[in-house]
Design a protein around this ligand. Structure first.
Ligand SMILES: Cc1ncc(COP(=O)(O)O)c(C=O)c1O
Length: 414
């Protein structure tokens, strides 16, 4: 028999095994200074494209004041306990009502973190007789929720409606035997590649099959649809989303998340989501801060307009220079390049050190070997000069990548 830690120390996992070369730089980097388009990395000012502060609320003076005032009045402990026991307040209720109203659902329920909320909502929504059908590219929180499911699950090819229908048919055959139902799960916006989920087509399938639809709209809330009401509004199918989810971690620049839907279903979630029944509720300060942010999203459409001005300038500029940005139709802007991990590391180092640009880098095992994604998240705090500077830098690094220069440098880094 082995000591449990023997394996862990030898094999730190697909990302952990890179810790020595990557930590502090490629992973766990410290971005310092005020949250904005220009922050500090290793003491140097960098143009930052890796923060999901889509609407620029994170460092907005009105938001900071609302947070500070709430913290001065309530601190960070209040309320104590889980919502169901002693952690419920009028502010929680108000935020739920306002979230639901904003996205045109009957009711909403707050959760402390989107990730744990999603895991637990999936767990609560399905029994062992039910069948889950989900997109292969969904976020880790959905995958983990599906892992808890004791019944059958089918995964469909990313955003492939034919594959979805085939798997719904499989699900129907199972559900008819078990007497269960079907839950289809998609994202509103796929956060890595920036494609909207095909919600319209999925909604169309509802006319033919009996299933319920859960949509994770983490990146769509605040950025898409009328007034930032999300991907369901963008595609005109909000009513077909049975359970809507959005996090406060992106456009709302906070912490927490919510699920929304029909009253009965939301009430069921309130009474059955283990991650909320057995965990402390969202601090009131965060809730008051979220109310302020939601109010700003509702009343300041110029924030979303500025975001989209930057998104369009960046995406069109990159396309004009021949960059492959895939099929994004949202703010998320992936730039697809080809190369191995050491080359990617050398390229990103060049981008940061010599061009002063900080963006996220995605490589194998998150995406197939040989592919590199430089992922840019435009925000309302960026300027058109930032966009121009970035396109010039990207053209320069692409030239070096294609000339094989990074291959040589990268070989010395690993
Ligand atoms: C698509 C998606 N779903 C869920 C989450 C988890 O949300 P949270 O950060 O609130 O835990 C994230 C990340 O924030 C996400 O990108």
């Amino acid at each position: 028999m082995k000591d449990l830690f023997e394996r862990i120390i030898k094999d730190k996992g697909p990302l952990g095994n890179w810790a020595e070369q990557a930590e502090g730089y490629f992973v766990f980097p410290k971005l310092e200074g005020e949250i904005s388009n220009r922050m500090y990395f290793n003491g140097k000012k960098v143009l930052t494209w890796s923060i999901n502060d889509y609407l620029g609320l994170a460092n907005h003076p009105e938001v900071k004041k609302a947070d500070a005032d709430a913290a001065a009045e309530y601190g960070m402990a209040y309320p104590m306990g889980a919502r169901m026991m002693s952690g419920h307040t009028a502010f929680h209720e108000q935020l739920e009502n306002e979230c639901a109203e904003f996205i045109n659902k009957e009711a909403a329920y707050l959760v402390n973190f989107g990730y744990q909320g999603m895991v637990s909502a999936i767990d609560a929504l399905v029994s062992k007789n039910d069948v889950i059908v989900y997109d292969v590219d969904t976020h880790a929180c959905i995958i983990d929720g599906v892992r808890l499911h004791a019944g059958k699950r089918f995964v469909y090819k990313h955003n492939d409606v034919e594959s979805l229908e085939k798997n719904i048919n499989r699900a129907v055959r199972i559900a008819e035997k078990t007497g269960g139902g079907i839950l289809v799960i998609s994202e509103g916006v796929f956060g890595m590649r920036g494609e909207q989920g095909k919600l319209k087509e999925i909604a169309e399938l509802k006319k033919k099959y009996n299933f319920r639809l859960l949509v994770d709209d983490a990146h769509g809330f605040g950025t898409l649809g009328e007034g930032g009401r999300g991907t369901g509004f963008e595609q005109g199918v909000q009513d077909d989303i049975d359970v809507y989810f959005a996090t406060f971690a992106k456009s709302m620049a906070g912490i927490g998340a919510f699920f929304a839907g029909d009253k009965d279903i939301v009430q069921y979630l309130q009474y059955n989501m283990r991650s909320q029944m057995f965990a402390k509720s969202l601090p009131i300060t965060m809730v008051i801060g979220a109310l302020k942010r939601l109010d700003m999203i509702r009343t300041m459409p110029e924030l979303k307009d500025k975001l989209w001005e930057n998104v369009n300038a960046l995406q069109n500029g990159l396309k004009d220079k021949g960059f492959d940005i895939g099929a994004t139709n949202t703010c998320v802007t992936p730039v697809y390049l080809r190369g191995e991990i050491p080359e990617a590391m050398a390229m990103v180092q060049d981008l940061r050190e010599n061009h002063g640009i900080f963006c996220s880098i995605v490589v194998y095992p998150v995406i197939p070997r040989g592919l590199i994604i430089l992922r840019l998240i435009p925000t309302a705090t960026h300027t058109l000069e930032d966009v121009e500077e970035t396109i010039i830098a990207f053209s320069a690094i692409r030239e070096k990548l294609e000339s094989g220069e990074y291959k040589k440098i990268g070989a010395t880094m690993v």
